[in-house]
Write a protein that binds this ligand. Sequence first.
Ligand code: C2E
Ligand code: MG
Ligand code: MG
Length: 597
Amino acid sequence: MEKVLPESVQTLHLSGPLSLHEWQQLFELAPFGIGVFDRDFRCRGVNGIFTELSGLAQGDHLGKTLFDITPAQAPMLLPRLKQLLHGVPRAELDLGCIHVSRPGGPRRWQMSCSPLVDAAGIFNGIFLIARDLTQDPRAYLGVTRFTGEIQEASSQHAQRLYQAEARLHHLSYHDPLTDLGNRNLLQERLELEIETARLNKQALALLFIDLDGFKLINDNLGHSAGDLLLKLLAQRIRHSLRPGDLATRLGADEFLVLLPDIRQPQDLVALIERLQHRLHDPADIGQERVRLSASIGVALYPEHGLTPDSLISAADNAMHEAKRRGRNGYLFYSPDMMTQMRERMALEQGLIKAMEQQQFRLLYQPMTDLANDSLSGLEALVRWQHPSEGMISPARFIPVAEECGLIEQLGEWVMRTACQQGQRWLAEGFAVPRLSVNVSVREMRSPDYVDRVTAILAQTGFPAERLEIEVTESIIQSVDQSLSLFTRLKALGVQIAIDDFGTGFSSLSLLKSLPIDRIKIDRAFVQALPDDKHSRELCRTIVSLADSLGMAVTAEGIETQPQRQFLQSLRCEEGQGYLFSHPLSEPHMTSMLAPQR
Ligand code: C2E
Ligand code: MG
Ligand code: MG
């Protein structure tokens, strides 16, 4: 970097060096505000007038960054500070005027800054100089152009003009809903921080935060509830950060957080985890208590990108990948994510085609009464019969269908096909004690979901009492909302089962206020039976609590006799798994069905 020496220093003439005490007096007695900042723009000291300008208490400045001390002015300072870092200015840089509101009325300050250089002439930070022009008629010259009179201009009219100007400036750098920074501010701060990090050989991190399932909140609770939630979460983000970090909102439910000066990877991880916890805490919106989670993508300078655009795009990719792997997670960017993204996009295109060309199939897996081994129900499980790749598992394509919005169409096809088949079996004289259909949370939360089920039942003639809807516990974000949805489904006569129970965060006591007919214990717990003590306890508790709440229990994924025997000993009434049968195609399933009595 080029050595700079401000002209003012070059022209300083002293007969002998001043003592530290004398310099201190000069600093304190200067008729204008002085702030001294290091090359990371952290405050090293301010004089009394500067303290008044900032509105902070004496001593509260030290260690804070310039952006914390004058957040409203930060955007205006950014391009100038960038020039300083590039070693452009040799002398004072005019930063223009700012307006601050103080108890005695608004004040107008003129700001300038100068580079601070060390003895070797190397850039080492900045001086910020602030002059109070509130009483100075020259400060109103801009206004005299409108009024023609200086006295006239220093009236309320002028102040209103200043306020409008300041407001306009603020708006162009902030998100009006949450008052976090906007894309402009992010872009400028990021450029500056990258430059600072480059000079200081430091790392910085950029977090791309996307809320999981926010659209559902908007759809179900309305946009004003959605806005309230965004404001609340924006506050939580802001409060989880360190001084000098920057939180911005890019739109919808997407937030970008800039974390300059990352020294220890473990500090970064701790910060991300703290942020994630805070976002996951329950939030009260009017009468409703909701619980959201967030997926976070992390990109690091210089590892993952050297420019603002490349860092934003890396963090964005990492966020999408985090979302794809399940929600409420965070992920650091890695180059092979690009390949995965491309694969995912291909899958998405393939799914659209599959829908048109009817490449989906249903298999049926029996459920068994553990007391007498009779068939007690069937679960419909979807497959994608891909023309070149063969059978694709729903675990691979359901999440993609959910993300690209195809799930509603696919879910409707599954429900209709299962009910048609169920009705055909009944018409042919077979017993179909219960037919279970999996429904994605996303699909179930769509506003016309109950209407669609009603229509399918009417069109196919399948008896509603024999239909069971399986949904995972993450449907229960808000008890009130789930209660109204479940009540409407129950009114049709349909039964409701909570699938994969134990993997989410809800508790049985939360479920007790909802009209739920069945709990399906997740395979993960059954798999570890009977040896694993924790799984044994968990299964025992679920069975006994469900029993006391009047809910039936099905154990999923039973593969061995000891597993079955242990569950029988708990009086778990139903089992499902390879021990009894794999999922079967329709003809194979037909051959297992008993005639109706
Ligand atoms: P799920 O609803 O919990 O279904 C049980 C899954 O466990 C099925 O996998 C089944 O084949 C498998 N399984 C059953 N018994 C055993 C066993 O003993 N051992 C092992 N290792 N696995 C067993 P599948 O068919 O691959 O489905 C995976 C998940 O995809 C389902 O889990 C369900 O959440 C989802 N899914 C399947 N069909 C649909 C659908 O039509 N709509 C929606 N939204 N999701 C579906
Ligand atoms: Mg299921
Ligand atoms: Mg399951």
